[in-house]
Design a protein around this ligand. Structure first.
Ligand code: UD1
Ligand code: UDP
Length: 368
């Protein structure tokens, strides 16, 4: 009997983390052939290869090398290439992750030719029309099996009529990964020494959302705010390539020697920094949750978040980007604070639960 072929379509940094956990769980099924399909959306060594190496994930079986360009060009080229690949390789199941252009292309190509489709991280909503929201709403409405993360994301799906046995809530694969890698990071990483920082006495920041990077006013408030904050506490800012382009265009140069703007950092080192930071300041969906997984307070400089339970429970604070001084003060005031003791993201076995359903999908029938 031939093996069940499961294709995981990934392309961007957070998707490598999520797929690594599903990949690991699928290894326990000898009758399954799991193939990673890399669209090529992220391609720099420290935005892509480093995750495969550090998370022990098999190299992509297929790499389409389609990155860069506008939304339409990127998604369209990926869609065309993925449809061709699916028709040639005949996967039994396609799995997509999160909410990037690679997610939408992977999902749309599969749905149109009726390949059973699963979405890991279904049901997240920001209730605006940011690019990721468009990708996730469209993906959820053509998906066969939805792996929701939280009670909130399950309720969002229900509100849109997506209910019943099409929805499972296994928890968050990123939580599984954080639990697994915490010890590895403590043992292997020298990031604190490299950056010359002490536990609890520095700020870790990441920024890459278009709403922040592409708006020079917001980006300037952020950079000036972090520069002021660095006068009190060292700030480490690994710059996403998108952000690097915009910071360079702004002509911003930090005044404080304690404001360390560096290249993107590998997963093991970022986990070490996350666990030791006094406060994490970010617009990343993944980093917001990782702050909570490692029990570090977080400030999110967005007007809304998909992860509302972290704001409600006091672990995360939404911050306006209007005034550098007010922003710096808010970030400093969160150091040492804690939220309540509730857990929201499952038991660290989301990957195993997802794998157990994926292997059954070829035998399932879907109402379409
Ligand atoms: C993408 C996702 C976003 C996700 C983020 C994770 C979409 C619409 N956005 O945003 O949801 O949170 O990834 O990091 O899919 N670049 C490089 N090297 C790389 C990757 C990107 O130089 O390895 C540069 C390119 O100039 C590219 C730009 O960054 O045009 C933006 O990359 P893109 O993948 O389009 O969007 P992200 O901002 O990374
Ligand atoms: N990350 C990393 N190095 C960095 C910044 C982030 O390894 O320099 C990791 C981070 O720990 C998380 C993932 O990348 O696991 C999140 O990706 P990103 O913030 O780019 O995307 P989002 O989660 O917002 O979609």
């Amino acid at each position: 009997m031939s093996k069940t072929r499961i294709f995981s379509v990934v392309g961007a940094r957070p998707q490598f983390v999520k797929a690594a956990i599903v990949s690991q769980a699928l290894e326990k099924y000898p009758d399954v052939e799991h193939c990673i399909v890399h669209t090529g959306q992220h391609y720099d060594q420290n935005m892509s290869d480093v995750f495969f190496q550090e998370l022990g994930m098999p190299a992509p079986a297929f790499n389409l090398h389609i990155g860069g360009g506008g939304h339409g060009a990127m998604t369209g080229r990926q869609l065309e290439a993925l449809e061709k690949l699916y028709l040639e390789e005949k996967p039994d199941v396609v799995v997509v992750y999160g909410d990037t252009n690679s997610t939408l292309a992977g999902a749309l190509a599969a749905a149109k030719i009726h390949i059973p489709l699963a979405h890991v991280e279904a049901g997240l909503r920001s209730f605006n029309r940011m690019p990721e929201e468009i990708n996730r709403v469209l993906t959820d409405h053509i998906t066969d099996v939805h792996f929701s993360v939280t009670d909130v994301s399950t309720a969002n799906l229900a509100r849109e009529g997506i209910t019943g046995d099409r929805v499972e809530q296994p928890g968050d694969v990123m939580y599984d990964c954080a639990l697994q890698m915490a010890k590895v990071a403590e043992q292997k990483s020298k990031a604190l020494e490299t950056f010359g920082v002490e536990p609890g006495k520095f700020v870790l920041c990441t920024v890459h959302r278009a709403a922040n990077t592409d708006d020079p006013k917001r980006l300037r408030v952020l950079m000036e705010g972090l520069d002021l904050l660095a006068e009190k506490l060292p700030v480490i800012l690994p710059l996403h390539p998108r952000t690097r382009q915009h910071v360079d265009a702004l002509g911003f140069k930090p005044k404080s020697a304690n404001f360390k703007i560096v290249e993107p950092i590998g997963y093991i080192d970022i986990v070490r920094l996350e666990r030791a930071a006094g406060v994490i300041v970010t617009d990343s969906g993944g980093v917001q949750r990782e702050a909570f997984f490692h029990k570090v307070p977080c400030v999110t400089f967005r007007d809304e978040t998909e992860w509302t339970e972290l704001v409600d429970s006091g672990w995360n604070t939404l911050a306006p980007l209007e005034d550098p001084k007010a922003f710096a003060e808010l970030c400093a005031s969160r150091v040492g604070t804690r939220g309540d003791a509730r857990e929201h993201y499952g038991n660290g076995d989301a990957g195993e639960k997802i794998a157990a359903t994926l292997v059954k999908m070829p035998q399932m029938t879907f109402k379409r």
